[in-house]
Design a protein around this ligand. Structure first.
Ligand SMILES: Nc1ncnc2c1ncn2[C@@H]1O[C@H](COP(=O)(O)OP(=O)(O)O)[C@@H](O)[C@H]1O
Ligand SMILES: [Mg+2]
Length: 266
């Protein structure tokens, strides 16, 4: 009581970002005037239908694509290219099939100034963190999709980034594995305090994981609404408070139905 409440510092600022792609000599606007800020240690979701520009926005934040207008600031510096401070985690895991789990993680560390032992120790530490301490010698094809994604998460975390960008990271998994991985992600994030920006078309996933959800509408992609999820974690998907947010978010999409069909996991 009476305590000074400090504003959390922003780690990322997206400032008035617009982007078009050329298609058969036609300019197609994909993102229009997107602005948002992400606080350090936060988990945010960008939620929207397929094709609304979520991946494009995430790629611009990560420095993989260039905005036509506007800019991205990561720790107050303009993002011009990908950096180790901000790592992208892809849906298809991006592991090298000819390397064991441990070697995949070590590979990511090769650019760092670590000796062989430190590199190995760090890789082992993060493999243990994702619960795969005994799976280091296995190759990606020898483990399940869920485990492959955990290896990819360990590889990203091992770089000790300020931020991880996740593009529909659990979309390829079945429901049970997805729920399990979501819990794992929350457990790891509460330990590592890494800032996470996640792109998803799954309303349930956005509510379960996020501190804030940015709802994106298409043609061109715009942030339509920001919703703060004021539920303590871990969250109960069956609780009426959770249902409240599902309904709230679903309505935001229902009233914006365009000619294209929307597929949501609701
Ligand atoms: N490199 C590209 N060249 C041309 N069009 C693209 C390119 N990348 C994405 N697009 C188009 O931009 C739109 C948004 O794509 P994307 O960001 O992948 O959407 P989402 O991730 O929300 O499904 C889509 O219409 C897609 O076809
Ligand atoms: Mg996408």
């Amino acid at each position: 009581m009476g305590q000074l409440v400090l504003n959390k510092s922003n780690i990322v600022k997206v400032e008035k970002v617009s982007k078009s792609f050329s298609n058969k000599k036609q300019e197609i606007p994909v993102l229009k005037d997107i602005s948002l800020e992400i606080s350090r240690g936060e988990i945010i979701s960008i939620l929207g239908e397929s094709g609304c520009g979520k991946s494009t926005l995430l790629n611009i934040i990560g420095g993989f694509e260039k905005a036509d207008e506007g800019k991205i600031l990561l720790e107050d510096k303009i993002v011009k290219e990908p950096t180790r401070k901000c790592i992208m985690l892809f849906q298809n895991y991006g592991l090298f099939p000819w390397r064991s789990a441990l070697k995949n993680i070590e590979l990511g560390l090769e650019g760092l100034n670590l000796n062989v032992k430190d590199r190995r120790d760090r890789a082992v530490h993060y493999l243990e963190l994702v619960g795969l301490g005994d799976k280091g010698d296995l190759f990606p094809h020898e483990v399940s999709g869920g485990m492959q994604q955990r290896i990819a998460i360990a590889r990203a975390l091992a770089l000790q980034p300020e931020m991880i960008l996740m593009d529909e990271p659990f979309a390829a998994l079945d429901t049970f594995n997805r729920y399990y991985l979501q819990d794992e992600l929350l457990r790891i994030q509460s330990q590592e305090k890494t800032t996470i920006a996640l792109v998803t078309h799954d309303i349930d996933e956005a509510i379960y994981l996020s501190d804030r959800v940015f709802i994106m509408h298409a043609n061109p992609g715009k942030i339509h609404k920001e919703i703060k999820i004021q539920l303590s974690k871990p969250r109960d998907r069956t609780h009426s408070d959770f249902q409240y947010y599902r309904k709230l978010i679903f309505e935001e999409f229902r009233f914006n139905r365009t000619a294209t069909p929307i597929e949501f996991n609701i």
